[in-house]
Structure formats: structure tokens, C-alpha cells
Design a protein around this ligand. Sequence first.
Ligand code: SF4
Length: 447
Amino acid sequence: MALTGLDIFKLLPKTNCGECGVPTCMAFAMKLAAKNAELAACPYASEEAKAKIGAASKPPIRLVKIGPPGAEVAVGHETVMFRHEKTFVHPTAIAVSFSDGQPASELCHLTAQVREYCLERVGEQLRLDLALVENTSGGVRPFVEAVKAVAGGTGRGLILMSESPEALEAALKILDGQRPLIHAATPENAERLGKLALQYKAPLVARAATLDALAALTSRLAAMGVRDLVLELPAENPASAVQHNTVIRKMALKSAFEPLGYPILNVVAGRDLPSLVADASTLILKYASILVVDTLQVQALLPLMMLRQNIYTDPQKPIQVEPKVYPIGEPGRNAPVLVTTNFSLTYFLVSGEIENSGVPAHLGVVECEGMSVLTAWAAGKFSGAKVGAFVKASGLEGQVATRRIIIPGYVAQISGELEESLPGWEVVVGPQEASDLGSFLKLQAAA
Ligand code: SF4
């Protein structure tokens, strides 16, 4: 039977020392119950606790970290089949593939694109996570040179793909301490690559042709002490890939089948752009922990980045921006003052419309737990009193000469209370829709 947070708490030392990374034993117990932590993080757990909690709290999918300090990518630790059950935790790491057959000048140019790629969306910076280097030449030296170029050029963690243990070892030597992902142990070379993974403290891809063979392979590697594994099960077509991923996830979560309790790697390459986007999108939705693509075209990266962000946003935690006063344009002391909530989408819509209007303004963003305007008002978090308190606490009254404040049209009903909270201020009811803000501000400016 699954242990509750309280059951687990009773078995912990209750000293609240914080060494497990959370401030209290109760908080740690809740994380264990949610399978978001491992008991090994508490150095003071008793033998009794280890026996009773250990297996019950172990995350069903192992957390695997790839890449050097500062550019480390974590995958795994997922606990649900469907995002609406709770949340997906570690976003699919998107990797771009390179080959040691590419000329140095091309590697230089393309790796710089990986390093610099950044999509800004609702306050987040979305970037490429990893780079794969394939040993297509079969030689040790070209592989090592390409690995150096890609590691230096991208600044990302690497996936080292080679059928030659000698080439892999030579690359691992120059990347010592950078935790590249070794690709790949198979039933034929498991001992040799397992030893390399242990020697260089690097995670390892386990690759086999069937689910049974894959489970047997990971069991062999785990028996050697290789714990940081990533699964790869080659598929004949995208439908098979989704089926494999789903079975692996189900076996790990629903049956607690440890040999398949690892993150999954999928490669989507060698196809036209629409097929690549369609297949890669499907695999982001269905359990790819690492997705390797062979393109840097923005038409492919843009939808994949946006989809990934949407899927891996916690539905229970709205994306928020920091509550404060934001200058839009270069507003002077007489520029208009507007207020809204700190729901990220609301902020970006409103600030975008103000910017497009060409009328510089001060935008006050009130702490509303990330709720939109109407939801926050209904929850009592965007009342006249709260907005008034925000204006006073923010120091806005000292920054501006104007004493007019524009509130969203949907909450016209707070205007009376706000005027009471802000003596000397005139409250102006703005438009309901952000899209009407531009014309509204221009009219106000002309009046
Ligand atoms: Fe409690 Fe152990 Fe965490 Fe310390 S490390 S707070 S004793 S659970």
C-alpha cells in the first residue's frame, strides 16, 4: 500500500535540519509521498525508515542529468501519464545533431546558431538544450575534433554517438567532468560501455531492438552499478515510436517496473520539414525525454519550442510576472498610469498593446497569484483596496505627477473603492479588451 506523507513523516528524524534540500522533515515527507525525491537525500534516515520508505518513495522514472555544471539538463522524474493528472516535470530536452563528417567551418557556423538560439515567450527564454555528435567517419581523431568543436561552439551538454568504444573513450577523456550522454550500450557491448560510463561518471543510453531485450539490458547495466540510464528503442515508424514510449511510461508508472523506469531518447531525422515537425511534436506530447532533431530551421524549432513550453507548464501554477511598476517606452512624470494583474499572458498582452500604441506609460502590475483580471477580481485579489495599497507601496505616487489611474474595463465596479483608497486620484475605466488599449490611450493623450 502506498505510504501517505504523514506515514512517511513519522519515520523521519523530525529535526528539520534542511540538508535534504527542503526546510522541514514534513516538506520532505510530502515530496517523498509524491515521488519527487529520494530518501537517500536525507543523510539521517534510520534503517527502519530505509526499509519502509525506500522502495515506496523511489521515483518511478529516474532523474538523469546530462552536461557540464552551468549547462546541465535534467530529464526524467515524471510521475503521471497525463498532464491534467498533476504536471509534467522536466521538459523534453531538444538536441541538435552534428556529424564528424561536417567541415570545421560548417560546425563553427552551426554550433554558434545553437548557442545563440533563443525564443522569448511569455517571459521565458526558450533555448536548445543539447547537441549530439555522431561518429559517421568511424575514426577516433575526426570524432574528437568534432566533439571539441561542438562542445566549445554550442556551450551545451553533448550526446556522444559512436559504435567505436575507442572513439567514445577518447571523447570522454576530453570531456571529463562534463557528463556527456554516451550513445549507446547494446546487448553486444554492454560490459565495455558500462565500464566507460562508470569510469567517466557519465550517463549512458541503453539501446535494444525489443522491450524485453531493453529491460534485460538495463537490468544487466544496473547490476554493474550503472544507474544513470536513458532508454532507446528504435521504431520503424512514428506510430511505433509513440506506442513504445507509451508502453515504457506505463510500465514504469503503473507497474513500477524498474528496468524501464528511465527517461526515453527519440531521434527524429532524415525527413521533410512538415513530417519532422509532426513526428517531433507527437513525441514531445508522448513522453520523449530527449528529442534529437537534424535541423536548425526556425520553422521547425518555433512550433516545437512553443509546444514544449505549453505541455510543461504546470497547469496548477499560472505563469506570473513580478508585481511592480513597469515603464513601457520612456514614460515621463505625466505619462498615463495603468494597472493590471500579474498573470503573465495578461501582462504581455497589455504591455504589448501599450508599446504598439506609441504612448509611453507606467504599467502597475498587482500581485494576484497569477490570475487574470476577472478571476482575480472574483477571488477578491484585485479589489479597489488592494490596487490602492499597491500604488502606495510601489512608490508610484513619488514617481509620477499625474493623479489619474486607468483600470481594466472588466472591473469598472472597483472604481469607487479605489478612489476611496487613493484620495486625490481620478479613476478612469479603460477598455475591456487589451486590443482596444491603443486607440484608447491615443484618445486620452489627445484630450
Ligand atoms: Fe529532516 Fe532528513 Fe531533511 Fe534533515 S535531511 S530536514 S532530518 S528529512
